[in-house]
Design a binder for this molecule. Structure first.
Ligand code: SF4
Length: 441
């Protein structure tokens, strides 16, 4: 029988496991039972690289899984199969709480690291549920829902984010007086006497699909995880944090960018040749402050314009045609990138990642902004790049500093690299040139 805490580590059972865990210093020690369970997980690839030896290793593996699952086109589940083995629930609960605390202490609550973790928890729940046989699955879903319901019911308003993100349609839900009806008992209590010629049980199965319940459950646990991280963050200024948690947090600060960096195709490892500002892989160290802030995610006003107008034009010209302002030519993206591979593989991923880093993530509530990004690259009002549509709109040139100061004042925090320039692209060109030269010396 699958334990509730395996699906919801914040359940009473999960909290009980944490209370009884004991000294946190042991998370760095080799744990025989952890190794044993991981090694004997069906379909698990066996190698020292894949099998975690300690709770600390398991915590990093969970994060690595989240990054690879999201970014690695050749992601291999068999390397992480133990994460969907329900025998590992004790270790998994402890690791979950360690990660929540380390993330709360090290990162901001709206940071991409926090979001990565929270989203990965939702994905992991769905994957775990999918592996549980249908009969036991229905039972565990009901047990978990019983505990995560707020004040005995689930208000549809608590799910407005997931509805806005289109992962769930309002029309998929059965809502009665503001409450989402999910469980069979609740359904029968409310509606059984309204069915005269059909079985209420049968109607329940028809009206409330399993996948809706699973989505809602996953979303509710994600929400609870977010709230839990926020609470720890607030408390962390008042209470002493265990050194083991601080150590893991510091490790994550290096580990997450290192692992994510393996899949970023848009940044150069080192600079190219500057000359008269030549095109080459983007160097994030040369980004002016306004672009750095945009790439890290905009959480205040101006989010849409920062991504669609500022970053789209900056990234495309900086990568493909940095000398635009010194040239009289009328250019198109395909003049520099004939088969659009650079635009597809380097420029759009950078823009889409930045959009994802925003709070709230840009495409979750405004997916139509993808079309606006394509249009600003000159490919018309379409949701993807297609050479046949090029020219339907104009390739938008980078905004001047003056315009940024007026329309996106939150993003302009000039530093010494901004001195005497009037456009972020010029700032980038100069800084990149200096960095490239410094590297050659
Ligand atoms: S001065 Fe220009 S380049 Fe520098 S941060 Fe402000 S807008 Fe960006």
């Amino acid at each position: 029988m699958t334990e509730v805490s395996y699906i919801n580590p914040l359940s009473n059972e999960g909290r009980g496991i944490i209370r009884n865990y004991g000294d946190l210093n042991q998370i760095f020690k080799e744990d025989d039972s952890l190794i044993e369970i991981c090694t004997h997980t069906a379909n698990q690839k066996l190698s020292d690289d894949y099998i975690p030896k300690s709770y600390h290793d398991l915590a990093l593996k969970r994060i690595q899984w989240a990054i690879e699952k999201k970014n690695n086109k050749n992601f291999t589940q068999a390397e992480f199969e133990f994460l969907t083995n329900d025998e590992l629930y004790l270790q998994d609960v402890v690791t979950f709480h360690i990660l929540c605390q380390a993330i709360a202490v090290q990162f901001n609550t709206g940071s991409r690291e926090t979001r990565l973790f929270v989203q990965s928890q939702g994905t992991l729940i769905l994957e775990r549920l999918a592996k549980i046989p249908p009969m036991s699955r229905a039972e565990i879903i009901d047990d978990v829902l019983d505990e995560v319901k707020i004040d005995g019911s689930i208000k549809w308003k608590s799910l407005k984010d997931i509805v806005a993100s289109k992962r769930l349609k309002l029309t998929d839900l059965l809502i009665d007086r503001g409450d989402i009806v999910l469980q069979q008992d609740d359904f029968l209590n409310r509606f059984a006497d309204r069915f005269h010629d059909r079985s209420p049980d049968r109607m329940y199965s028809i009206l409330i699909g399993d996948s809706v319940k699973e989505q809602i459950l996953s979303r509710l646990v994600m929400q609870k995880t977010e709230e839990y991280i926020k609470r720890i963050k607030e408390m962390s200024s008042r209470i002493e944090i265990h050194p083991a948690i601080i150590k893991i947090g510091e490790e994550l600060k290096e580990f997450i960018p290192d692992e994510t960096g393996k899949y970023n195709q848009y940044y150069a490892g080192n600079g190219g040749i500057y000359g008269s500002v030549q095109a080459g892989k983007l160097n994030p160290d040369a980004f002016p402050p306004c672009i750095q802030e945009t790439v890290n995610g905009v959480s205040s006003g101006g989010r849409n314009d920062a991504i669609v107008l500022l970053l789209t034009s900056f990234a495309s010209y900086a990568r493909l045609y940095p000398r635009i302002f010194a040239s009289e030519e009328n250019v198109k993206v395909s003049d520099m990138d004939p088969d659009l591979t650079i635009t597809e593989n380097e420029i759009l991923p950078l823009i889409f990642d930045a959009a994802d880093n925003c709070t709230p993530p840009l495409f979750e509530d405004q997916p139509q902004e993808k079309i606006n990004i394509i249009s600003k690259l000159g490919f018309g009002m379409h949701d993807r790049l297609d050479i046949n549509h090029e020219g339907e709109t104009k390739w938008y040139t980078p905004m001047s500093c003056e315009k940024i100061k007026i329309h996106l004042p939150n993003l302009c925090h000039p530093d010494k690299s901004c001195k005497g320039i009037n456009n972020p692209l010029s700032c980038y060109g100069r800084k990149k040139f200096q960095l490239d030269n410094a590297q050659k010396e």
